[in-house]
Design a protein around this ligand. Sequence first.
Ligand code: SAM
Ligand code: ZN
Length: 290
Amino acid sequence: MLTRSKLPTIVSLLACPDDGADVVVIDDGVQCSRCRRIFKVYDNDIIEMMPSTMHTRSLYNDKYPAVVNRYWRSYTELFNEKYRRETTGAAWGAFESITHKNKMRKKKELLIINGLMGKTKGILCDVSAGAGLVTIPSCKRFDIVINCDISVNNLNYVYNKAKTEMIENIVFIRCDHLNLPIKKDSIAVAVAIDTLIYGREHDVRLLNEMRRIIGSGGFSIIDISNKYHKLPFIDRPCYRYTMSEIKRVIKECGYENFISKRFVQETDTLFRALIPATRFVMKMIKTASS
Ligand SMILES: C[S@@+](CC[C@H](N)C(=O)[O-])C[C@H]1O[C@@H](n2cnc3c(N)ncnc32)[C@H](O)[C@@H]1O
Ligand SMILES: [Zn+2]
């Protein structure tokens, strides 16, 4: 885990989620240099940096209203959770809580993600880490890994796992990824897996936040569901995009170049070449002009 002595390095990358000002280390946490708000640090490694107010939803006439409304309801609940150190069970997507079939799917997708990441150093930020399926293995490939989540349980779950595995270069930030408490141009790679699933407003806001925090030459890795994710025999309701919608969103969020990999999670057989991709796993590069 990161010890208190390494806290200043992390803190130099952080910004107050309310006004974007620098934060400084104080005795019992970190403090905004402008509004003086204090953010608690738990066990030297978990920094709670939630904004004072929730993101205000504006786009009501989105497609798939059931999926989108469900997200904004759960966002309100997660936002208002009080921080506590206890876990209430396995985090979302944790290997011990999913079926063998789902575990294999996740592993398959992780291989694609690792291939897109390549050899990278510097700082990785997973903006919605869940059970840490990307963050924990990434600790071997990056200098520092920032594990973000709004869910107290998910954050504590990965914290406990990292502690058991004696990982020394991971830090935890409880935050809202619609308003990330990280300075612009400050990290190498931002990741959001199984997260661009909550509707256009959420997804565009998140992609903009991810682009803001990565430096020029850095990149974001995401996955996004294809329109054809919900075939008659697949019942997994989530927000889905056509390829032209994806391209429009990516451009709107200021990324100029991207690499896209087809991912079919339903089958491993040759049959998969014949069915539409379930998702696209994408690497979006930030250029000096973007
Ligand atoms: C579907 S899970 C995916 C987790 C992980 N990336 C994976 O692939 O297993 C989505 C994650 O996003 C987190 N999340 C949702 N809204 C968030 C927000 N506004 N800010 C930060 N995290 C959020 C949830 O708590 C959850 O851990
Ligand atoms: Zn402030």
